[in-house]
Design a protein around this ligand. Structure first.
Ligand code: PRX
Length: 654
């Protein structure tokens, strides 16, 4: 967050009580109910989760033990047998939800589709059967590289149905990034589409898969299932590639849900960390099902007839937990949109709200800031009266964007849930419950019942209210990540060792800075590690640096985040060149394109500055703090006495 945003957040004093009308109809609508839940959950979290797991989910076999905690490794609902797709699909089929819309999908060119629970169940079973026929067995990993079309959700559910962990790779990632992830996951099958529509362009996907797999690039992949979306011409490799529309009619619409152990892996999702290599975050079945179910139910206050729309992409955790698993487990109607607002259709989001009568709308602060720029006339020209609840996720929301969202989109009547969480946490950790929690613009308010968080110093000592510190989680929770795929040591090092309390407690370090105010409200300030948040997308500075130095012209690269009005942060790269290269505008463009090719368009640096040398300490460490100051156009602050060569700074300034 920029200094001025932090200051405006810290001065924020406004308080918005939940509208009485909302509270009177909410699932959790009285402070008394909330406090009871909260107390019960804090005094015995295990018992709290166990009661909910029993009430809210279907288990093929009950568990023997609620929690097995061998820090930092947790197991929830030990020996319980469950299948998340049974909870998301089958159990609704014997109720009046059978013919209710499960997914409403709107394509970017304006085509649309609605799948009822019965239809979705059938298609999931068909794809699950196709996967089995292509040799996928329980435990095999499946890569999913898709546009935002129903088959993306269908593929995820099909995997879960047969117990094959999925790894969804965001469709905007490059062939190289896709290959890295498929290799690490040792995927056996890839599900993709010919291409997808995004910002009025046709984005090739199958061609990227071909590149990733070329020359035996991912030896474990034996088959590719291709959904036809745009009908663009693609090449199909006989024996390896199969069209879904040719396979589907042959497949039975019945496929029993495989009884999975509660701790069987449900998916791996790669996310950026502080090293060059993304981490495979592992989530398992039972605890994840329960936690995403409960958070969706209470935070979004789902009512039976609601149309719920989360604008994320299924390539990110938000899409996993709050487009697919959480809403479907609750029997909700979840809306999926293929596209994004674009110059040719800047009002498309509001058209969709009006067209489907969306009641609950969940998006990112970067999108809200982009809407503000596009102008109020766009939402004001549409009927948004169906909206009753708004949500945000992905980065801190600045109070002025919160107010705009509240007034212009919510018409002053919709509570806002600012939800703090991470890929690693699986579900929302800090958020208002909309019927009971008074909100303050810029604060995610209080932890979800059963979640015990604190703000501490590096030794794990709690800091005073209103003092900044590190956000930590003190007690295991059902949807916590279980490990880093194939690297349990990295899991321990990254999340459990940075904060080391003396008394043998174990604190999960989130990587975020935060403060708690006198009302017990949390204010998340942003990352304190080398991770930057560009338009709500998480990127490791080292990842971008590795991409830059893989170009022959680059000798050394240092990447920092620079505050950006719309994106939150933008990528600013300082680069030193190999001796036989000189900096030029065309080299800047070439390097930007190189990063796009290595990682994807989300990692394109906003600015690249050439320099003869980096500001380094005497021990050779790049002083990123100074680079951040330079990138933001700020005065160089703090101590510079450890700098090896002070003239480097003057050169960089000029
Ligand atoms: O820095 C926090 C920020 O996003 C990070 C997690 O990113 P990712 O794993 O990609 O998941 C994003 C969607 C859950 C966090 O460490 N973040 C997320 N939500 C908020 C937030 N920062 C402040 N307020 C939020 N509501």
């Amino acid at each position: 967050m920029s200094q001025s945003t932090i200051e405006s957040v810290l001065q924020e004093k406004r308080l918005f009580n939940p509208p009485r009308d909302f509270s009177s109809r909410a699932t959790i609508g009285s402070s008394q109910h909330y406090e009871e839940l909260y107390q019960k959950a804090s005094s015995n979290p295990e018992q709290f989760w166990a009661e909910l797991a029993q009430q809210e989910l279907h288990w093929f076999k009950p568990w023997d033990k609620i929690l097995d905690w061998k820090p930092p490794f947790a197991q929830w609902f030990v020996n319980g047998k469950i299948n998340i797709t049974y909870n998301c699909l089958d159990r609704h089929l014997t109720t009046e939800r059978r013919n209710k819309a499960a997914l409403i999908w709107e394509g970017e060119p304006g085509d649309s589709r609605t799948l009822t629970y019965a239809q979705l169940h059938r298609e999931v079973c068909q794809m699950a059967n196709a996967m089995k026929q292509l040799g996928v067995c329980k435990g095999d990993r499946v890569g999913i590289y898709m546009p935002m079309i129903p088959e993306a959700a269908i593929a995820m559910l099909a995997c879960a149905r047969i117990g094959a962990p999925h790894t969804v790779v965001f469709g905007g990632f490059s062939a190289q990034a896709l290959q890295d992830r498929l290799l690490d996951a040792e995927a056996k099958l890839v599900v993709t589409a010919d291409s997808g529509y995004r910002k009025d362009k046709i984005v090739p996907l199958k061609a990227q898969v071909d590149r990733a797999l070329a020359d035996n690039g991912v030896p474990s992949v034996t088959n590719v299932l291709v959904v036809q979306r745009t009908k663009e011409k693609v090449s199909m490799e006989p024996g390896r590639d199969h069209w879904w529309h040719e396979v589907q009619p042959e497949m039975s619409g019945h496929c029993p849900a495989e009884p999975m152990d509660s701790e069987d892996m449900l998916f791996i999702l790669y996310t950026s960390g502080t090293t060059g290599k993304p981490k495979g975050v592992v989530h398992t079945t039972g605890g994840y099902n329960l936690y995403t179910h409960m958070t969706t139910k209470w935070i979004f206050d789902l009512q039976e007839t609601d149309v719920y729309w989360c604008t994320a992409d299924v390539g990110w955790i938000t899409g996993h937990s709050y487009i697919v698993y959480g809403p479907l487990s609750n029997g909700a109607t979840s809306l999926m949109y293929e596209g994004v607002p674009r110059p040719s259709n800047p009002g498309c989001f509001w058209d969709i709200v009006e067209k489907y009568g969306v009641n609950i709308f969940y998006t990112a602060p970067t999108a809200i800031r982009a809407f503000i720029k596009m102008g109020e006339h766009l939402p004001k020209a549409r009927d948004l009266s169906s909206l009753r609840l708004l949500g945000t996720v992905g980065e801190p929301i600045n109070p002025s964007a919160w107010m705009w969202y509240h007034e212009v989109i919510g018409g002053g009547r919709c509570p806002i849930v600012d939800t703090w969480w991470q890929t690693e946490t699986g579900g929302i950790m800090i958020s208002p419950l909309p019927g009971v929690t008074p909100t303050k613009p810029g604060s995610a308010t209080r932890p979800f019942p059963g979640i015990i968080v604190d703000v501490v110093d590096l030794d794990g000592n709690p800091v005073e209210d209103n003092e900044g510190g590190y956000l930590i989680i003190k007690h295991p929770w059902p949807s916590m990540m279980r490990t880093v795929h194939k690297d349990p040591d990295r899991f321990r090092r990254t999340y459990w060792e940075p904060i080391s309390p003396r008394d043998n407690q174990h604190f999960y370090f989130a990587g975020d800075g935060a403060k708690r105010d006198e009302d017990g409200y949390y204010w998340v300030m942003g990352r304190v590690d080398d991770v930057i948040n560009v338009s709500g997308h998480r990127l490791g500075t080292m990842e971008v640096e590795s991409a830059l130095v893989s170009h022959p012209a680059v000798a050394e690269a240092a990447v920092v985040g620079r505050p950006d009005e719309v994106k939150g942060e933008d990528i600013f790269a300082f680069v030193t060149l190999e001796g036989n290269y000189t900096g030029s505008e065309s080299l800047v463009q070439e390097l930007k394109q190189h990063v796009v090719q290595e990682i994807g368009a989300i990692a394109r640096p906003g600015e690249i500055r050439f320099t003869d040398a980096m500001p380094k300490t005497r021990s050779g460490k790049i002083m990123r703090r100074l680079l951040r100051n330079l990138a933001a156009g700020e005065e160089i602050g703090g101590d510079t006495s450890t700098l090896e060569d002070r003239s480097v700074l003057d050169k960089l300034r000029s």
